[in-house]
Design a protein around this ligand. Structure first.
Ligand SMILES: C[S@@+](CC[C@H](N)C(=O)[O-])C[C@H]1O[C@@H](n2cnc3c(N)ncnc32)[C@H](O)[C@@H]1O
Length: 215
């Protein structure tokens, strides 16, 4: 418990003072990085049932409200959608369209079985470079998955072409010293619209932000 409190103190301090994070970060490894589909299939075969729990979804609720405030009834592309859990929070805002993309075919099968919204579609794909063709979205979101999708700047650059005019990116990630590096990289390259920290009831927190491509 004392260790968790210490971690929390460091993570919150590192939000405003990057040197705190860089000083106390565990060495070795660059962070999560890409994992193969089989890894995600294993998690989606049972371990990820917990992501459906209400207390696991406060970051989704905030992100859904932010993107729907920016455009009512938004068209949303959800990268790394898993079993479609973000859609549960988006549904009250009646999205005009929703497309969830995930690398795990088990996740996609579970999402299709669970979600009955006629505006929702799910497809198997690599979220690091998914091609949405001619479709355009008011929001492209990466809830708890951006750290698995490679260089975040190249990622947002790739997806900018699929944003409708005025569209936003939305990201949530677990607050940690290494993820804070990713957040700073994005902040340096994109225009932040909103950002917040959402505390989890069991300790720890998520970062939630929306941003627009610069220029
Ligand atoms: C921590 S889970 C988050 C799931 C969901 N977005 C949520 O917020 O509950 C990470 C998800 O990203 C997916 N994922 C990881 N790498 C991916 C990739 N390259 N392309 C698409 N999905 C990916 C995994 O299959 C998994 O469903």
């Amino acid at each position: 418990m004392a260790y968790l409190r210490w971690r929390r103190f460091l993570e919150l301090a590192a939000l405003d003072h990057p040197w705190v994070g860089e000083t106390f970060m565990r060495r070795g490894g660059a962070g999560p990085g890409a994992r193969p589909a089989a890894y995600w299939d294993r998690l989606h075969s049972g371990g990820y049932d917990r992501l459906l729990n209400s207390e696991q979804r406060h970051h989704h609720r905030l992100l859904a409200a932010l993107v729907s405030e920016s455009v009512a009834h938004p068209r949303v592309l959800d990268i790394g959608c898993g079993e479609g859990v973000f859609h549960d929070s988006l549904r009250p805002f009646a999205p005009a369209a929703y497309l969830g993309v995930d690398l795990s075919d088990l996740a996609i099968a579970k999402a299709r079985a669970r979600i009955t919204d006629p505006a929702a579609r799910f497809t198997l794909g690599d979220g690091a470079r998914y091609d949405a063709g001619a479709e355009r979205f008011d929001a492209i979101v990466f809830p708890e998955c951006i750290e698995y999708l490679g260089d975040p700047i190249a990622l947002l650059d790739h997806y900018a072409r699929f944003l409708a005019p005025g569209g936003v990116f939305g990201v949530t990630q677990w607050l940690g010293l290494k993820p804070l590096r990713l957040w700073r990289q994005v902040k340096a390259a994109a225009d932040i619209v909103d950002e917040a920290v959402v505390s989890a009831p069991w300790g720890g927190a998520w970062q939630v932000w929306t941003c627009k491509p610069r220029g």
